[in-house]
Each structure stands twice: as structure tokens, then as C-alpha cells.
Design a protein around this ligand. Sequence first.
Ligand code: UDX
Length: 452
Amino acid sequence: MVGKASRIACIGAGYVGLATSLCLAGAGFDVTCADRDAAKVASLSAGRCTLGEAGMAGMLRDALDAGRLRFTVSNAEAIAGSGMAFICVWTPQGPDGKADLSSLFAVARDIGANMAGRMDVVVKSTVPAGTARKVREAIVRAAPDAVRAYGLEVLSCPEFLRESSAIRDTLHPSRVVIGCDDDGAALRLRETMEAMVAPGTPFVMTGPESAETLKYAANAFLSMKVAFINEVAGYCEAVGADVRDVSRGLGMDDRIGPKFLAAGPGFSGGCFPKDLAALLHEGRSLGVPLMILEATAESNMAQRRRLAGKVATALGDPAAPPGSSLRGRLIAILGLSFKQGTGDMRDSVSLYFARELCARGASLSLFDPEASQKVGEFLGELMPSIKVCPDEYGAAAGADAVVILTDWPRFAAMDLGRLGAVMGRRLIFDYRNVLSGAEAAAEGFEYHGVGV
Ligand code: UDX
């Protein structure tokens, strides 16, 4: 273990970096978290949490009060005096789907320039196989003398946390994966992680390439599971089956398991699409066939097209020229974040629906309990065809259809009588299957779910 007296640096204060910093500080380590976003650092330093994750605000206050956590904009300040540095920076999607590792390598150079003792560098960011080795090479290039004098190991320790349960997943992970060729460094990281996670958490000790691959494989497998059930949903619609019953029965087979079998508008968000694209890019450049995963990405796009197409067909004027079949139609979109429990709109399927429906001439009224204030940032180009409303009934007022895209529990609890009364036409596309089709029909709605 890195002694609790020795400092740990955490570079990046996003979901992974902030959850890791808070949980390490909570376990008694002395943590310095660096992020280049000065506003975020100021807010966190003042005890104002920048993410709405359960448990974070309290842990932030406790860690600051105990003097075990500091925030800084300076990577140098975090690294100097630390024996272990977690790299938790974003690896966005670059051209052709390739993971953009420029932030990661910039941090590697900063580590080289500022290390002042033996350093264990832990890559938590999601990265292609081989990256931990390249990070080591980058640090050696930046500071060959420091590496020779002090010693350096670079380990892969991928993060599997989900948004909306970041703290719970960090403290109670299904497993901790450590990829490293050096037994001493692997043990130091294992002991550090053991001090943080729940007792009994299993560890997978392996090489760096296997750890890096495991992370991509986990996200790709779950993406595939979602795409699979969405294809089954389309089949259910054609034959009069109910995908919810099919999913339930499938999930009871413990070889399959019940999770990630909820049909919907397709997977989206900041991780699955980009990580799948990055893995596909790797496969193509290495000449390794990843046919199932190529089909997963295409199937996910086809699901979006199919479901947006159903809205356009139900409301559109088939005789209208291209780009205007939905002119004069007002469509309410309920749910903008990529899943419930988070205000994150990065790569959300709602962006696709909004752009697609506007491109056919529709006007949109939008509501999301957490993400509404981000509409300008993500969909500013659609103004003035879109307006943001204070609640679901305001969004539905005068609308020709309601489209539900996020599985927020409050949408399941809507008063359908009240909703129908304010709408221009009682038409609902429940693309998360949160409502009862029978109850909607009893209120006079034409109801379309997914696979039901
Ligand atoms: C995911 C992984 O779960 C996590 O391990 C990794 O570290 C980061 O990526 P997250 O992006 O928070 O986490 O979202 P997740 O809960 O996995 O959902 C991903 C997408 O799949 C969402 O769009 C969600 O709505 C969709 N989904 C999920 C379904 O459509 N059906 C399901 O049954 C499950």
C-alpha cells in the first residue's frame, strides 16, 4: 500500500476522478485532485459538489473538513510529493472512432516533469490495449533521469462505475482489475484499493493489455446485450409478442442474467458509443474481425432510425417535399439525459431525435428534470424550433405527440388524463416502456411502446 502518510494524486475531477478522490480520502488517504477547469476546482474547494451523484456532497464536506482532500488546477502541485497518481482524464472519440489520448499523454508528460520520488501511475481512463506501456514510454522520454533515479511503474486499473451510482460502484465494485507486469507495484495498488473498497471484493490480477481489453470487452458486451434485446423488440412488434415478458423470462436463466435487457431507444451516453467506436477502430487497424460488435453499433443506429421514423410516419404528410413532412407539428420530448438519474446529455439519443424531427420541419417542446438547462449547449443550433418547458404537462401542451426517451420514474407516474387534456392529439411514443399501454388506451391515447 501507498502509506496513508504519502499523498495520492488524482488527475481529472469528472465522474471517475472525483469518485476515486472522494473514496480514497474517505479511506484515510491524503489526496490532491487536479483538474484544468478552474471553475470546477473553485467550486469543489469551497465544498460545492459539481456532480449530483448520491453521497458525493457529504463525502466532499467530510474530506475537506478532515483536511484529506485538496483541489488544484495544477497537475504539478498534485504530482509533487505523491507516490501514486491516478489518471482519470476523459478519452473522447476522435476521427474514425479512434480514442483521443492527447489529454492522457499530456498528463504523462506532467508526471515526468514533476515526479520527485518513486511513482506508481494508475491509468483509470478507458484506453486501448497497449496504452499503459505507451504512457510509461512517454514519461521516460519526458524525464529519463528521474525515472532512473526514483523508479516508475505504470498500471492499468480500469473503472466500471455507472453514472448515477458512481460512489456506490466505486466502494462496492463487482471486481477490481489490476494490470501490471511488476509484482511489487501490483501489490501496492492492490493494498491501496483494498483499503478503499468493500471487504471481499474480488481482484483480477493480470497484465496491462488484458486489463485494458477487459474494460472495452465489458462495455462492448453490455452494448451488445442492449442491441440484442432491441432487435428482439422489433421482432416482438411484428409477431404480437411482449418484449418485457421475453426479457423477464430470458433473465431468469442465470447464464444470461436479467440486467441490460430493457428494450428502449438504443444505448447512448458518454461511454458506450465512444468505447465501442474505439474498440472497432482498434479491430480494423489491427485487422482483427469484430463482426458482432460492428453489427452492434449499426443495430443501435438502426434502432434510433426505426423509432424516430415511426414518429415521422405517424405525424408526417407523405406528400410534403423532403425536409417539411412534419412542418406545423409540435412534438413533446420527455427526457433528454441519456438515462435516468443523471443530467448528462453527452451523446444522448435525445440529441438524435431532436435533430431528426427538426430536420423534417417539426417544432419541439422539451422537458427533462435534470438536463433542461443544458439544452442551449447541446441543441442550440435548433433554436428557435425548440423550447424548453418547466414540466411534462407544459411540454405536452398543444403537442401532436409525446415521445418519452428517458426512463425517469416521474414519467411512469404521469397523470395521463391531465396529459391528454392539454395535448392537441392523444398520441404517445413510450420508448422506455414506462407506461401501461392498456391504461394509456383507456385514456384515449394511441400508444406505441418498444416491442410491446
Ligand atoms: C457504462 C457502464 O455500465 C459502466 O460500467 C462504464 O464504466 C461506463 O459506461 P453508463 O454510461 O453510466 O455506464 O450507463 P449504463 O447504465 O451502463 O447505460 C448505458 C446505456 O444503455 C444507456 O443509454 C441506457 O439507457 C442503456 N440501457 C441500459 C438500455 O437501453 N437498456 C438496458 O437494459 C440497460
